[in-house]
Design a protein around this ligand. Structure first.
Ligand SMILES: C[C@](O)(CO)[C@H](O)COP(=O)(O)OP(=O)(O)OC[C@H]1O[C@@H](n2ccc(N)nc2=O)[C@H](O)[C@@H]1O
Ligand SMILES: Nc1ncnc2c1ncn2[C@@H]1O[C@H](COP(=O)(O)OP(=O)(O)OP(=O)(O)O)[C@@H](O)[C@H]1O
Length: 257
C-alpha cells in the first residue's frame, strides 16, 4: 500500500503560555501542503524498515516506530509486524511536520486495518506528537492546547511555495529559547482574521495577521533565514512570507492568479 504523508505549514503560530507538563499552549492556523513523503507499507512476518535517503536516526528513535508501539500498547493488538519503505522528501527538522506526517499516515493505515474508531485513533495520535492529531486529517484548522485542540475550517486553497533552508532545528530547544526570552517576545496578529482574509483574497489584512513567534528566536541564531525571508518579501505576487513551525523552512503565499 502506498501512503502519501503530506506536510504542513503554520500560517499563524503563537505561544500563549507554558504548561505544568513543560509543554506550551499554542495558537496556530495549520495548513496542509502538497509536498509529501511516500510510504510503502505492508504486513509482514518481521518488522522491516528502510528509507531513501538513509535517515541519520536509529529505527528506535524514529517517530514511525513510536507510532506503531503506541498503537500496539493502546489497542492491545500486538500480533503484527510491518514492512515499511519511506521515501523522505520533507526536510527533517524543517518545521513542516515531516516526522509527524509519517506517524499520522501509519496510524491511519493501522486504524483502517484494525477498525479503530476515529476517537480512539485521535487519542493515540495525541500520545505520539503534538502535530500528529492535525496531520491525521490535514486540511486547514485552528490549533490550540499542545496542538490537539482542533477547529477544522473549510480548507483554504492557497498557492504556497516552500523554501527548505537545510538547517535541522530542534523544536524543543526553540521552545526553551522562547521561555528564556519571554519578556521581550512580541505577540501580534489573529489567526481567525488571517483565515478570513485569505479566504476573501484580502491581501492587506492577510499581511497584517500572518505571524510566527518562533522567528524572533530562530532568526537570531540563523541570520541567513531572516535574509531569505526579506528577499522573498520583495516578490511582487506575494501575499506574505513566513517561517513554518519552529523552522527552518520558509515559505511564501502567492496571490491566486
Ligand atoms: C512547532 C510546531 O510544529 C507547530 O505546529 C509544534 O508545536 C511542535 O510539534 P512537534 O514537533 O510534533 O512537537 P513534539 O514532538 O510533540 O514535541 C517536541 C518538543 O517540543 C516542545 N513542545 C511541543 C509542542 C508544544 N505545544 N509545546 C512544546 O513545548 C516540547 O519540549 C516537546 O518535547
Ligand atoms: N520519520 C521521521 N521523519 C523525520 N524526522 C524524524 C522521523 N522520526 C524521527 N525524526 C526526528 O524528529 C525530528 C523532527 O522531525 P520533523 O521532520 O518532524 O521536524 P519538523 O518538520 O520540524 O516537525 P515540526 O514542524 O512538527 O516541528 C528530526 O530531526 C528527527 O531527528
Amino acid at each position: 500500500m502506498h501512503l502519501k504523508a503530506f506536510g504542513k505549514v503554520n500560517l499563524y503560530l503563537d505561544v500563549i503560555s507554558r504548561r505544568k507538563d513543560s509543554y506550551h499552549n499554542i495558537l496556530t492556523l495549520f495548513q496542509s501542503i502538497n509536498e509529501h513523503d511516500d510510504i510503502f507499507i505492508e504486513f509482514s512476518k518481521s518488522e522491516i524498515f528502510e528509507s531513501e535517503p538513509p535517515l541519520n536516526i536509529s529505527w528506535d528513535n524514529n517517530i514511525i516506530k513510536k507510532s506503531i508501539e503506541t498503537f500496539k500498547k493502546e489497542t492491545g493488538f500486538y500480533n503484527f509486524n510491518l514492512k515499511i519503505k519511506l521515501i523522505k522528501n520533507l526536510p527533517m527538522g524543517g518545521g513542516l511536520g515531516g516526522g509527524s506526517a509519517n506517524a499520522a499516515a501509519v496510524l491511519n493505515f493501522l486504524s483502517k486495518n484494525f477498525k479503530i474508531s476515529e476517537k480512539d485513533l485521535f487519542e493515540i495520535s495525541c500520545k505520539v506528537g503534538s502535530d500528529v492529531p492535525f496531520l491525521l486529517k490535514g486540511g486547514t484548522a485552528i490549533g490550540k492546547g499542545k496542538g490537539e485542540i482542533l477547529e477544522f475550517l473549510e480548507p483554504l486553497k492557497l498557492n504556497i511555495k516552500i523554501y527548505p533552508m537545510n538547517y535541522n532545528i530542534d523544536t524543543k530547544k526553540m521552545y526553551e529559547k522562547i521561555d528564556q526570552n519571554w519578556e521581550s517576545i512580541i505577540h501580534f496578529g489573529d489567526p481567525y482574521k488571517l483565515y478570513k482574509a485569505l479566504k476573501n483574497n484580502d491581501v492587506i489584512t492577510a499581511k497584517q495577521n500572518a505571524f510566527n513567534v518562533f522567528e524572533q528566536v530562530v532568526f537570531k541564531e540563523y541570520p541567513k533565514l531572516k535574509q531569505k525571508k526579506d528577499d522573498l518579501e520583495k516578490d511582487e505576487e506575494i501575499i506574505f512570507a513566513l517561517m513554518s513551525g519552529s523552522g527552518s523552512t520558509l515559505y511564501k503565499v502567492i496571490e491566486a492568479n
